[in-house]
Design a binder for this molecule. Structure first.
Ligand code: GLA
Length: 391
C-alpha cells in the first residue's frame, strides 16, 4: 500500500478533531513522452503518472460547509456547497471547488466536507499539479458520496473542473494520466475515442530527468486558449472544402497546403505542427515497440523544434536547456513538456550522466538566466488511488 505524508493526518486531527474518520486519496502528476498540444485536437498522447502526487485527506460533515486547508501554503478557505464559485484572490481552492461543482451537476444532495491538501508535485512546472488535485478531489468525493462513477467519468469531471474553475480550456491528457496511470507503463491515449493502451516503459540504464526552468509565465493560460482557437480556425478553413473534417486529427499536410497555407501562414504553421506531431507520436510508439530508444529520442528533439518554432509555446529558458543537451551523447532525447511558456524539459538520459550534467548545467543556467535550475528524476507510477480509509 502507498504511503502518504503523515503531516496531513496530524493537521487534519488538529483542525478538525478525531470524531470524523477521513479517507486519504493520492493522485499523481504526469509526464508526457511525446504528443504535445495534440489532445484538444483529437490526436494521440503518450503520458504516464509519476511518483509525485497530491494527497487529500477528507471527511464529510453533517452540514453543507466546505472547510479546506492547504498544508503547504498554510492557508485555509471556507465556503458552502450552495455558494461555491471560482475564487479570485487565491487559486488553489478552485481545483477542489471545481470538482465539487461537477457533483452538484449530478443533481444529488451534497453534504459539506473538511479537507487537508498537500502535494509534492511542483507547481507551475508543467507536471499537472492542478489535475492531480482535481482528480484527488473527484475520486475522494465519489467514494464519500457513494456515486459509483467509473474512472473515465471521473476524468471528464476533473477536466471540466479545470475548464470552469481555472479557466484553462485544457485537453484531457493531464486528468487522464493522473487518474489512469499504471506503474512502469505509458498510456497511449486516442483523444478522439478515449481508447487507450498501456505501453510497457522500462528504461535500461536510463532515467527520466526533468529540468525545471523555474519560469512561470502568467500569460500561459491565455496563450494556451489562443492556440486552441488557432487550431479551430485551421479546422474551419479546411472543413469548408472537406466537410468530413472535424478536427486536426482528420487533416493532412496536403490539405493544409491547399486550404490554409495560401491564405494564412500563421494558422498554417500552428496547425502543421499539430498534424506533424500526431504522426510523430505514431512513429515514436513504433520505435518504443522495437525498443529503439535512440529513434524515440530524436523524435523528442523534433517535437521541441516544432513546439518552439512552429507552435511558439516555448521560451528562451526552455530552448536553452534543450540546446545545451542536444549534442550530449548521453542525452537520448529532450524537449519542453506540457502547455509551455515555462515549466520543465523532459530528458531521457543515461543514468551515470545525470550528476555530471547537472554539475555543468546548473551554474551555466543560473548565470545565463538569473534563475535557479532544479531537477527531478521521476519514475512512472500508478494513478489515483485510495491509500488509506478509516470509514
Ligand atoms: C496542458 C494541458 C493538456 C495538454 C498540454 C499540452 O498540460 O492541460 O491538456 O494540452 O498542455 O500537450
Amino acid at each position: 500500500m502507498s504511503t502518504y505524508p503523515k503531516e496531513i493526518l496530524q493537521t487534519y486531527t488538529t483542525v478538525f478533531g478525531t470524531t470524523t474518520k477521513p479517507v486519504i486519496v493520492r493522485s499523481p502528476g504526469r509526464i508526457n513522452i511525446i504528443g504535445e498540444h495534440t489532445d484538444y485536437n483529437e490526436g494521440f498522447v503518450l503520458p504516464g503518472a509519476i511518483d509525485k502526487a497530491a494527497y487529500l485527506i477528507v471527511a464529510l460533515r453533517d452540514d453543507d460547509e466546505i472547510h479546506l486547508v492547504a498544508q503547504d501554503l498554510n492557508e485555509e478557505y471556507r465556503t458552502y456547497v450552495n455558494d461555491i464559485a471560482p475564487t479570485i484572490n487565491t487559486s488553489w481552492p478552485n481545483y477542489i471547488l471545481g470538482a465539487v461543482a461537477q457533483f452538484k451537476k449530478l443533481g444529488i444532495a451534497l453534504k459539506g466536507f473538511n479537507a487537508v491538501l498537500q502535494s509534492d508535485v511542483p507547481i507551475g512546472a508543467g507536471l499537472s499539479s492542478s489535475a492531480a488535485v482535481e482528480c484527488a478531489t473527484v475520486f475522494a468525493l465519489n467514494h464519500l458520496y457513494n456515486t459509483q462513477l467509473d474512472r473515465i467519468a471521473m476524468v471528464k469531471m476533473a477536466q471540466r473542473a479545470e475548464h470552469e474553475y481555472a479557466g484553462v480550456m485544457c485537453g484531457i491528457m493531464d486528468q487522464f494520466a493522473s487518474m489512469m496511470g499504471k506503474q512502469d507503463h505509458l498510456i497511449k491515449l486516442d483523444c478522439k475515442t478515449l481508447e487507450y493502451t498501456y505501453v510497457p516503459f522500462k528504461l535500461e540504464g536510463m532515467k527520466l530527468l526533468l529540468l525545471n526552468t523555474n519560469v512561470k509565465h502568467s500569460l500561459a493560460s491565455s496563450a494556451y486558449n489562443d492556440r486552441r482557437n488557432e487550431c479551430s480556425t485551421a479546422v474551419a478553413m479546411v472543413a469548408k472544402h472537406q466537410p468530413n473534417v472535424s478536427s486536426l486529427r482528420d487533416v493532412s499536410e496536403a490539405m493544409l497546403d491547399a486550404y490554409v497555407k495560401p491564405y494564412d501562414t500563421l494558422i498554417d504553421m500552428r496547425s502543421r505542427f499539430v498534424v506533424q506531431e500526431i504522426q510523430r507520436l505514431v512513429d515514436a510508439c513504433n520505435h518504443l515497440n522495437h525498443n529503439d530508444i535512440a529513434a524515440l529520442g530524436s523524435k523528442m528533439f523534433a517535437t521541441h523544434y516544432g513546439l518552439s518554432n512552429m507552435y511558439a509555446v516555448s521560451c528562451k529558458e526552455l530552448d536553452w536547456l534543450v540546446d545545451h543537451v542536444k549534442d550530449n551523447t548521453n542525452v537520448i532525447g529532450a524537449r519542453m513538456m506540457g502547455g509551455g511558456f515555462g515549466g520543465c524539459t523532459i530528458n531521457i538520459i543515461k543514468e551515470e550522466a545525470i550528476v555530471p550534467l547537472l554539475e555543468a548545467l546548473q551554474p551555466a543556467y543560473e548565470s545565463a538566466m538569473q534563475l535557479p535550475l532544479t531537477s527531478y528524476v521521476v519514475s512512472i507510477d500508478q494513478g489515483t488511488s485510495l491509500i488509506e480509509t478509516y470509514v
